[in-house]
Design a protein around this ligand. Structure first.
Ligand code: GLP
Length: 270
């Protein structure tokens, strides 16, 4: 796991967007996994800016979103399809048919979930999966107790998640009880994961994710089993990490390596 602690939430967003943009430029037909929630908003705003001002081209990009509330259609202003349209897709040149969000109104959930997995496989798998994290340590809607091998399926939301998300719906009663979500196993199959978190309300979940044991009780901790994960944090979200100094050392060494300052790393001094 590569842990990068930035000075501010804005810097986390800018760095995250830069990372995604460089993949899109390198591989214009890449497959991106996208997330919803407050955390990725800054990343999407920056990608829109890059599209407008720096010709970042999404015309051949394919996307798969992590999850959707059951019962909400695409025009409901709290559905994740609506979120993606209004916060990203409507402002860039992506082909609508290449954007995928689970259908919260599917009648045969099992068939729909199977088909969603199949579509990901048919597209060649997800190259880069963007993730946020719930205060209970969930990724997508994989609540504590979710199997670490789980696939796209129906999931019951935990009380903590319903309380956290009530701010968007006006009251807890209005938050849907079920969601369709990619599984932890689905997420672990993406070639690279970028998890971002901002704010001190995420500090405990981040500590468990990065430095705790791998456990289904904190589904984000399963990312420790993945070979290529970047965790982008602001200082508040990284505030509970015990090995923060070490993560900063790793970043300094990476920068020296990338800029070819090998002697500063003791290479070629003899
Ligand atoms: C929801 C989403 C997650 C997201 C989490 C955190 O539960 N299903 O994908 O990571 O919220 O959201 P926020 O970024 O708003 O804190």
């Amino acid at each position: 796991m590569r842990v990068i602690v930035e000075k501010s939430a804005d810097e986390v967003s800018r760095r995250g967007a830069k990372f995604i943009a460089s993949l899109v430029r390198r591989k214009p037909d890449c497959v991106l996994g996208l997330a919803t929630g407050g955390s990725p908003l800054g990343v999407y705003a920056e990608l829109i800016r890059m599209h407008r001002e720096e010709d970042l081209d999404f015309s051949r990009v394919t996307t798969f979103n992590l999850d959707e509330y059951v019962g909400l259609g695409p025009t409901h202003n709290q559905s994740y399809r609506y979120f993606m349209q209004s916060n990203l897709f409507d402002h860039i040149n992506i082909e609508p048919k290449r954007t995928h969000v689970p259908d919260g109104r599917a009648l045969d959930f099992e068939a729909h979930c199977r088909q969603y997995e199949q579509r990901i496989a048919d597209a060649g798998g997800i190259e880069l999966q963007l993730l946020g994290i719930g205060t209970d340590g969930h990724i997508a809607f994989n609540e504590p107790g979710s199997s670490l091998g789980s696939r796209t399926r129906l999931k019951t939301l935990a009380g903590e998640t319903i309380r956290d998300n009530a701010r968007f719906f006006g009251s807890e009663e209005q938050v849907p009880r079920l969601a369709i979500t990619m599984g932890v196993g689905t997420i672990l199959e993406s070639r690279q994961c970028l998890l971002i978190a901002m704010g001190d309300h995420k500090a405990a979940a981040i500590r468990s994710t990065v430095e705790g044991p791998v456990t289904a009780q904190v589904t984000a901790s399963a990312l420790q089993l993945h070979r290529d994960v970047i965790i982008g944090l602001d200082e508040a979200a990284g505030g509970w990490l015990e090995r923060r100094e070490y993560y900063a050392e790793v970043e300094r060494a990476n920068e020296l390596l990338e800029s070819g300052q090998l002697r500063a790393l003791g290479i070629g001094n003899q």
